[in-house]
Design a protein around this ligand. Structure first.
Ligand SMILES: Nc1nc2c(ncn2[C@@H]2O[C@H](COP(=O)(O)OP(=O)(O)O)[C@@H](O)[C@H]2O)c(=O)[nH]1
Ligand SMILES: [Mg+2]
Length: 245
């Protein structure tokens, strides 16, 4: 895929955050992130259209937080395109995807960076390992994601208990080695985790607490996206069987 890689003067870590009309809600999230993460970083907020309500808030905060900037997704609407567009314009040798709705814990970012520096292609913030937690969220989504994660960990040789959490850190050399094939939305994290596993790359994890948003509405489309998740779930299991032969 196209991306810059770590170029002269680029910070080590790029944090890519897709947003859809988060408005003022984004401010405490971005302040917490900027204050908690010590790794030299750029924070790229990606919206789909100029009139997004998050934009003026990011532009105002950008005057104060030098690591922060906005980017308009030019690949077409939707969270998947926003993540792809953010990755494409990011410059760090490590790329973190995180959310603007306060679901992700900023304190775990630096520990994730340590594991990526040690060579992990994918570092997952993991709700389903010892010490991890998930607070709130629709029960069916919770159950499917947990069952998928645990079965892939136990039977699919996947190095994390939580391949579906999109709060993940990727090494640039890994991202450059694959082509993103996701088509719907947040199945991206599962695709990348499965591809790293099948390529024999290391997948690591750190425990985290994930909290569902307390304001605004989730745009997660469970029924619409489920077949796309299934594709990568089955790819992991099939790949495992092939490797054992
Ligand atoms: N650019 C962009 N971001 C989106 C879109 N839908 C959701 N997001 C962002 O993706 C993150 C998680 O979204 P959310 O709807 O809460 O999904 P959930 O956490 O899985 O329930 C938030 O930062 C949203 O603002 C979209 O269509 N385009
Ligand atoms: Mg959310």
């Amino acid at each position: 895929m196209t991306s810059g890689g770590a170029t002269g003067g680029a910070p080590e870590l790029s944090i890519v955050i897709p947003v859809f009309n988060e408005g003022e809600r984004v401010e405490p999230v971005l302040r917490a992130l900027a204050a908690s993460v010590r790794t030299p970083k750029e924070i790229i907020i990606v919206w789909d259209f100029d009139a997004d309500s998050t934009r003026p808030v990011v532009e105002r905060l950008g005057l104060e937080l030098p690591d922060l900037r906005g980017h308009r997704n030019d690949l077409g609407r939707g969270v998947l395109n926003a993540m792809r567009a953010g990755i494409a314009v990011s410059r760090g040798s490590l790329v973190l995807i995180s959310m603007a709705d306060g679901s992700d814990e900023p304190d775990v970012v630096d520990p994730m960076v340590v594991l990526a520096r040690e060579g992990a292609a994918v570092v997952s913030a993991s709700r389903y390992m010892r010490g991890g937690r998930q607070v709130g969220g629709p029960p069916v989504k919770r159950l499917l994601s947990r069952v998928a994660g645990l079965t892939l960990h136990w039977f699919g040789g996947v190095g994390t208990h939580d391949p579906t959490n999109n709060f993940k850190l990727y090494r640039r050399d890994f991202l450059d080695s694959i082509t993103i094939e996701s088509e719907a939305g947040f199945e991206l994290a599962l695709e990348l985790t499965v591809k790293a596993t099948l390529a024999g790359r290391r997948v690591s994890e750190v425990p985290t607490t994930w909290r569902d948003r307390t304001a605004g509405e989730s745009r997660f489309r469970l029924r619409q996206w489920l077949p796309h998740y299934l594709r990568w779930y089955l790819a992991a299991l099939r790949g495992r069987i092939r490797m054992r032969r």
